[in-house]
Design a protein. Structure first.
Length: 355
């Protein structure tokens, strides 16, 4: 598989429907450098990426560099609702910036930029060279390294550029294979063909052993759908042990959710083993937690508190929720987000206290 849009390709046109911020532009002016950063309101990394784009604008705007945010894959019931989502979201992340924000719901930008470059995830940055050709496609954080070299003309012919493009295409091919596999799994689950879904998941685990979500899916189908408690426990135990070996807080948390969560019926699983494994996961998560910021610690503590509540140590559960409340209260968050988190924690605290 090769990419239709890559380094050296002529840049497609800017076919956005509306400009939510900044002046309208319809084509690339020769002699200027353009950065198009594709974003979405549902992407956790897109807000910070947009803020970073605004910082680059301040630094490079007087060097013939134009920076543009593009929302071309926004999901909503109507184009008007999608536009309103992007408009409100952009106002939150760029309250004082005049950076251009383009909105397209026609599918043209998605087709000719994202799909043509085998881009399956945003945020994604595209750098258009002075001659109107693509100089770079990749993660926005790399712009700090790439942009100065595009400006001085040393980037496109460099070994780093070629390596970055080769890595991008290789990653895109893997992503395409994984997406095809996931389509097979979803198609099977939609018709409740659990054996076919399970076979595809097990194939995926062999191909993508580091994909935690496949392990999670494996457990949920075995226990939640097929009610194969023997095979389900083997898969769940392996999931937890893999998370422990990796010593990744995200993996540990996901394993804990599958060991203790309201979404599965655990009545056929060994209670003592579940509690023992859950305790080990919690202890490891708590050792790793101080390395993360307050929002992530809030999520970790909420998850761990549920384990302690379910395993009978309610005092420990209450203590963890009270600590999570302090994290959220001291964090600089948008008012709506802070209110939602505080409300969830206070409701959970009342439940654990029996109020």
């Amino acid at each position: 598989m090769t990419s239709g849009l890559g380094i050296g390709s002529p840049a497609p046109s800017i076919a956005v429907q509306d400009w939510l911020r900044g002046d309208r532009i319809s084509n690339f002016q020769l002699g200027k450098i353009y950065i198009l950063e594709f974003i979405s309101t549902t992407c956790s990394g897109c807000g910070p990426a947009l803020s970073h784009l605004a910082q680059l604008q301040e630094e490079y705007s007087d060097m013939g560099v134009e920076l543009i945010g593009v929302a071309a894959s926004e999901e909503a019931a109507t184009a008007d609702k999608a536009r309103a989502q992007v408009d409100a979201w952009a106002s939150k992340w760029l309250p004082n910036s005049k950076i251009r924000i383009g909105f397209d719901h026609s599918g043209e930008m998605d087709k000719h930029w994202l799909k043509a470059s085998l881009t399956f995830h945003v945020p994604k940055a595209f750098v258009v060279e002075r001659d109107g050709s693509i100089a770079f496609i990749g993660p926005p954080p790399l712009l700090d390294e790439v942009l100065p070299r595009v400006i001085d003309g040393s980037w496109r012919a460099s070994a780093e550029a070629k390596n970055a493009e080769n890595d991008r295409i290789a990653e895109a091919e893997i992503n395409a294979l994984e997406r095809a596999l996931r389509r097979r799994i979803r198609a099977a689950t939609e018709i409740e063909d659990w054996k076919t879904a399970l076979s595809a998941i097990e194939e995926g685990i062999v191909l993508f052993p580091d994909d935690i979500s496949l392990h999670q899916w494996h457990v949920r189908i075995l226990i939640g759908r097929m009610r194969d408690m023997e095979a389900g426990w083997i898969a769940l135990d392996q999931f937890a042990r893999t998370a422990i070996e990796r010593n990744s807080e995200v993996s540990l948390l996901m394993a804990l959710q599958e060991l203790f969560g309201p979404h599965l019926d655990y009545s056929g699983l060994p209670v003592a083993k579940r509690i023992s494994m859950g305790k080990e996961l919690c202890e490891r998560i708590l050792r790793l937690s101080p390395q993360h910021d307050a929002p992530f610690r809030y999520y970790s503590y909420l998850t761990i508190a549920f384990y302690y509540h379910e395993s009978g140590d309610n005092d420990r559960a209450v203590d963890l929720i009270e600590q999570a409340l302090k994290f959220v209260d001291g964090e600089s968050l948008p008012d709506v987000e802070k209110h939602e988190r505080m409300a969830q924690l206070l409701q959970t605290l009342a439940k654990y206290k029996g109020e």
